[in-house]
Write a protein that binds this ligand. Structure first.
Ligand SMILES: N[C@@H](CCC[C@H](N)C(=O)O)C(=O)O
Length: 303
């Protein structure tokens, strides 16, 4: 049966962008092929992740299903959790909402800076089989892995962290000195990461200030990755390279991360943006913008 035109929202967190469907009353399941077509920036809507908001089986505010733009389904997306948190906070007029994900229940709340949202991303998982890694490593702060010549590796001994999804973090002196679009795919699919991994280059340039560039699993280079920011902050604090609160500077802007001492939870704070509202014909995949987003509305207000 032909599906009617479906409304969607285009949102982003620091340029890490999403198409968001409200499927709470009208279920929506798209094939990986259709998701990949929609995600294509040349011929589709274009996004890093597709987020389907569904009714929560656990009975909390909503369930959030996450697909990368290659069509793969994944368990966690930090920036999208902030975006969905914002929508639910606006909808319910509450200060805190709970979002069910395949990585657990996450709480989103109004952040301290204007317009910002804080998400409690839960506890990082640090054991080799939780990340998961393909073989046993007693210490996941620096695992044996290198690419390039044995005696002069290009990148080596990453820290590994699971924030609901797997992350490998390489400490470097200059994140721009590497072509992450070349080494990223090799590392994402390295056999040491049986489920693949998001790969970060990280440089601590001042106390608790870390510059990060991310190659996202199932996507490629992105402007920002919330779970990577959390993973880097945890890896830095674990290794005493930084304190429990740090600012992670991504190409799209900064995220503030706290790895709370009292309960080991990781809190991520940063902005969200509605880019526009749209509608799509799911038969033909033709889509149109139907309403402006935050930036256009702000511009209109000052015109
Ligand atoms: N952009 C996200 C991470 C999305 C999932 C990731 N690509 C994976 O495959 O694990 C974020 O903000 O965390």
């Amino acid at each position: 049966m032909a599906q009617a035109r479906r409304p969607f929202l285009k949102m982003n967190g620091l340029g890490n962008d999403f198409v968001v469907w409200d499927a709470r009353d009208q279920p929506l399941r798209l094939t990986p092929e259709v998701i990949a077509k929609l995600g294509d920036r040349a011929s589709g809507i274009g996004f890093d992740q597709m987020i389907t908001v569904e009714r929560s089986p656990a009975g909390v505010d909503a369930f959030m299903r996450i697909h990368n733009c290659d069509g793969s389904q994944v368990d966690a997306c930090g920036n999208a959790t902030r975006c969905i948190g914002r929508l639910l906070i606006e909808e319910t007029s509450r200060h805190v909402v709970t979002i069910e994900t395949n990585a657990g229940l996450l709480h989103a709340s109004v952040g301290t800076a204007r317009g910002s949202i804080t998400v409690d991303m839960g506890k990082p998982r640090l054991r080799w089989d939780q990340i998961p890694l393909g073989e046993e490593f007693a210490d996941t702060r620096a695992i044996e892995l290198q690419i390039g010549p044995i005696d002069d590796p290009i990148l080596h001994t990453p820290a590994t962290v699971n924030m609901g999804n797997p992350h490998g973090i390489f400490w470097v002196k200059d994140i721009e000195a590497y072509d992450l679009s070349k080494v990223g795919p090799l590392l994402e699919h390295h056999p040491v990461f049986p489920e693949g991994a998001n790969i970060s280059l990280a440089h601590i340039f001042a106390p608790d200030e870390i510059r990060v560039k991310v190659w996202e699993r199932g996507v490629g280079l992105t402007e920002a990755c919330g779970t990577a920011a959390c993973a880097v902050a945890v890896a830095a604090a674990r290794d005493k390279k930084a304190g429990r609160k740090s600012t992670i500077h991504l190409p799209g802007g900064p995220l503030h991360i706290e790895w709370r001492v009292s309960d080991d939870h990781v809190l991520m704070t940063g902005p969200t943006e509605v880019e526009f509202e749209g509608e799509i014909d799911l038969e033909t995949l033709e889509w149109v913008r139907t309403a402006p987003g935050d930036a256009d509305l702000a511009a209109e207000a000052f015109a």
